[in-house]
Ligand binder design. Structure first.
Ligand code: COA
Length: 258
């Protein structure tokens, strides 16, 4: 049975991925993380061409569920909590479709890590962004020192993760943590406008370009290079001939030079 705390709704060409645990400020526990990974696979295979990521209630996401992780043994923390979080967040960051994050409430810890997976972040003026983990005696373990550094720069991450600064939206904009600041109550509409801009562009070229940007950023070099080469090989006559020869139980004829 699916976990209703992570929702996906695909309508037209837009997939809406929603964190739906408002009573706990969308804090993420292990089941939500597993569900997130599964829902990303569902989005990847859908007809959606752009994704809007948001959180219900007053926070976008207040991070990993403190009650959930604090009860884990050190082994389970490293083996499952961190690894499963990485798997889910990697799946989100590596979606074929561009992802737009609607930051209409606070973005803390794991909330920053999930927002970092998006390709475009829209913040409402009242929100704050930070990484409180070291104040709790833990590290930002869902790529908050890795993808966050790649995407936002080490110094901004140092200020949040080592010095406990939480940035208001305007400062987050000047630091590159978010791409746009809008009035309270208008981030979803702004995200829909951004999604409409994506939908005007060529889908295949957009998907390939996202993959190339991710490669340049060190996001997913191995898979992306093989996916690009695999698509190229799969569109050649060589594959058609190789498969036909296999089915005809004969040697393939790849041309007179082979
Ligand atoms: N994990 C688990 N539960 C969380 C949570 C988290 N990261 N963040 C908030 N919650 C829960 C609260 O315990 C509270 O639950 P309760 O109503 O059953 O007591 C509920 O969400 C609402 O939070 P509350 O603290 O009452 O809201 P607030 O508006 O007063 O404060 C924050 C908002 C974000 C400042 C505060 O909730 C907070 O500091 N959360 C922790 C953020 C954090 O350290 N994240 C990193 C985790 S690694």
């Amino acid at each position: 049975m699916s976990d209703e705390r992570i929702l996906v709704d695909v309508a037209g060409r837009i997939a809406r991925l929603t964190l739906n645990r408002p009573d706990k400020l969308n804090a993420l526990d292990a089941d939500m993380i597993s569900e997130l990974a599964a829902r990303c696979r569902e989005i990847e295979r859908s007809d959606a061409r752009v994704v809007i990521l948001s959180g219900r209630g007053k926070a976008f996401c207040a991070g990993g569920d403190i009650e959930a992780w604090s009860g884990k043994s050190p082994e389970a923390f490293g083996r499952h909590w961190v690894r499963d979080g990485h798997a889910a967040f990697d799946a989100l960051a590596r979606l074929a479709q561009p992802v737009i994050a609607v930051l209409d409430g606070h973005v803390l810890g794991g909330g920053l890590e999930i927002a970092a997976c998006a390709d475009y972040r829209i913040a409402e003026r009242h929100i704050r962004i930070g990484q409180p983990e070291t104040g709790l005696g833990i590290i930002p373990g869902w790529s908050g020192t890795q993808r966050a550094v790649r995407r936002f720069g080490a110094q901004t991450v140092r200020r949040m993760a080592l010095f406990g600064e939480t940035f208001p939206a305007d400062e987050a904009l000047s630091l590159g943590l978010v791409d746009q600041v809008v009035d309270t109550g208008t981030a979803m509409a702004a995200a829909e406008e951004a999604a409409a801009r994506v939908l005007k562009r060529a889908p295949r070229a957009t998907e390939l370009t996202k993959m190339l940007i991710n490669i340049a950023e060190g996001e997913e070099r191995e898979r992306a290079v093989e996916a690009l080469a695999g698509s190229l090989a799969a569109s050649s006559d060589e594959l058609a001939e190789g498969l036909k020869a296999f089915r005809d139980k004969r040697s393939p004829d790849f041309g007179k030079d082979t």
